[in-house]
Design a protein around this ligand. Structure first.
Ligand code: GLC
Ligand code: CA
Length: 528
């Protein structure tokens, strides 16, 4: 990639905001748009280039906004359209792009489209959703399972058919084979882009099209006991159908009607299938989210292997990306541990490809334990006790040591992490060796170091403990060495100078050739 030819979503860093938990401005215990505006200076200091905001649209909140009842308005909990315009303007003034969540696979059951659709078999909206007759014995049309537990089919007494829902029964799937559905959602996209939105993160984009013959999904031979029940089947016929690519290409065309916008796809698939979402001739998503780091064993050879496989699978000219956390997966600081979360930060911000970070990871927020009577997440409610709950990674941002961490003056909708008096943005910002300071330095270093953004990825020989690679651009190289273990390690890297260590205490140190790493340490070296 050439620096001069690059665009913002390639060179920049994306920051995901879960709006309910970022900043409350009116004391109702739930974050809102005015709250986000008040925190733009923080994001600017952090150095990120774009924010992606999880859904803020009218919704009965059965799945906390991923069940939309009106695509072109703002939920009163979060504010108004005017508040949104104000946020957009303030963000743009701060040099931040704004990416919205587009949830086209399903609506809320309270969306007027579905209310019409379920009202009678000959309602004009009937075919906007996926309705099927029962099998002769009255049972569901296929064996497809909901990702949130149970059958994916819900019987509707009034009209005697089943409707399909890949998630909650309160999230009926739209029928993307119907051109009117496509047009309606494309109009939604235009509505927001006309307002100035810089792009979309498309929810469960690989789910959009289902098998036209409604064949049963096969059993999953690799199912692991204790995992969620929907994993007992392989989603061969209910997701990632070939025709999905046509829809993604159409969405991309809509995005391309406007200048400089980005199309990001949420795709949980193995690498070889994931990269298909760049589309034929790169006419699909600009960035199909790469979630490989979220589940990879935290072990240098495994990570080296997955980076190599991803790099090799990328279509020619496709721009890579990496994600370390989101609102659906356990917090990275808990998954890999506090010490390794610094190494993870350095990995994310030195790999080739757009980094996306999840709010709070920059201050080392941990998965917060949720007592049974505090559970909000419908996934945990439907499939209790096996650890699928997502509330623990969605807890309020820990801003300061004051009551409720400065998140709200009221009662927060989810409990705060009990470490917030020490681990908060205010305290960590003034600590020269905190994880927040590390994030700020890494983001700033990435910004001024073309090797880290545009450089090639050249792995060094993998060791058991250390992952090391060079990034080279314009004959200049930096070397990244990450110790994935608690034991000291050393390797030969060549002569250079330390740009940053995860411990933030080696800047400027001369590297004679061999490089010594402490346990859990990562180092970036400018090679001579
Ligand atoms: C996506 C969202 C998740 C939501 C689901 C259904 O995976 O990230 O939070 O529950 O889609 O919309
Ligand atoms: Ca609020």
């Amino acid at each position: 990639m050439n620096k001069a030819a690059s665009v913002w979503w390639q060179a920049g860093t994306i920051y995901q905001i879960y709006p309910r938990s970022f900043q409350d401005s009116n004391g109702d215990g739930i974050g809102d748009l005015k709250g986000i505006v008040g925190r733009l200076p923080y994001l600017r200091q952090l150095g990120v280039d774009a924010i992606w905001i999880s859904p803020i649209f009218p919704s009965p909140m059965a799945d906390f906004g991923y069940d939309i009842s009106d695509y072109i308005d703002i939920h009163p909990l979060f504010g108004t359209l005017d508040d949104f315009d104000a946020l957009l303007e303030a963000a743009h003034e701060s040099g931040l792009k704004v990416i919205l969540d587009l949830v086209p696979n399903h609506t809320s059951d309270e969306h007027p489209w579905f209310v019409g659709s379920r009202s009678s078999r000959d309602n004009p909206k009937r075919d906007w959703y996926i309705w099927r007759d029962p099998k002769p014995d009255g049972s569901a049309p296929t064996n497809w399972l909901s990702e949130f537990g149970g059958s994916a089919w819900q019987y509707d007494e009034a009209t005697g058919q089943y409707y399909y829902h890949a998630f909650l029964d309160r999230q009926p799937d739209l029928n993307w084979r119907n051109p009117d559905v496509r047009d309606a959602i494309y109009e939604v996209m235009r509505f927001w882009m006309r307002r100035g939105v810089d792009g979309f993160r498309v929810d469960v984009i690989w789910h959009l099209i289902k098998d036209d013959q409604f064949r049963d999904n096969p059993a999953n031979p690799n199912y692991v006991a204790g995992r969620p029940p929907h994993e007992t089947l392989v989603t061969l016929y209910s997701a990632d159908r070939p025709e999905t690519q046509d829809v993604v290409a159409e969405m991309r065309q809509v995005v391309d009607e406007f200048e400089d916008r980005v199309l990001i796809g949420e795709v949980y698939l193995p690498i070889d299938r994931l990269v298909a979402y760049y589309g034929e001739n790169l006419g699909g998503a600009h960035l199909p989210f790469n979630f490989a780091l979220l589940s990879a064993p935290w072990h240098a050879p495994d990570i080296a292997d997955l980076i190599a496989r991803y790099e090799a699978a990328l279509p020619l000219g496709a721009w890579p990306n990496w994600v370390l956390g989101n609102h659906d997966r356990p917090r990275v600081a808990t998954r890999v541990g506090e010490a390794q979360s610094r190494v993870a930060a350095m990995l994310l911000l030195t790999l080739r490809g757009t980094p996306t970070l999840y709010y709070g990871d920059e201050i080392g927020m941990k998965q917060v334990p949720i007592a049974p009577d505090q559970v909000q997440d419908p996934f945990e409610k439907n499939v209790p006790g096996i650890g699928v709950g997502r509330d623990g990674c969605r807890t309020p941002m820990q801003w300061a040591s004051e009551t409720h961490a400065g998140f709200t003056s009221g009662v927060p909708w989810l409990p705060l992490g009990d470490d917030y008096r020490e681990n908060n943005a205010v305290a960590l910002a003034v600590d020269p060796q905190s994880i927040l300071t590390l994030y700020v330095k890494l983001i700033a270093l990435r910004k001024r170091t073309p090797e880290l953004v545009f450089g090639s990825y050249d792995p060094m020989e993998t060791q058991e403990a250390v992952l090391a690679y060079r990034r080279t651009y314009d004959d200049q190289s930096v070397l990244i060495a990450l110790n994935f273990t608690g034991e000291p390690a050393s390797l030969h890297v060549g002569a250079g100078e330390v740009l940053v260590s995860t411990e933030l205490d080696r800047e400027g140190e001369n590297v004679p050739g061999p490089l010594e790493l402490r346990g859990n340490e990562g180092v970036i070296v400018r090679l001579r």
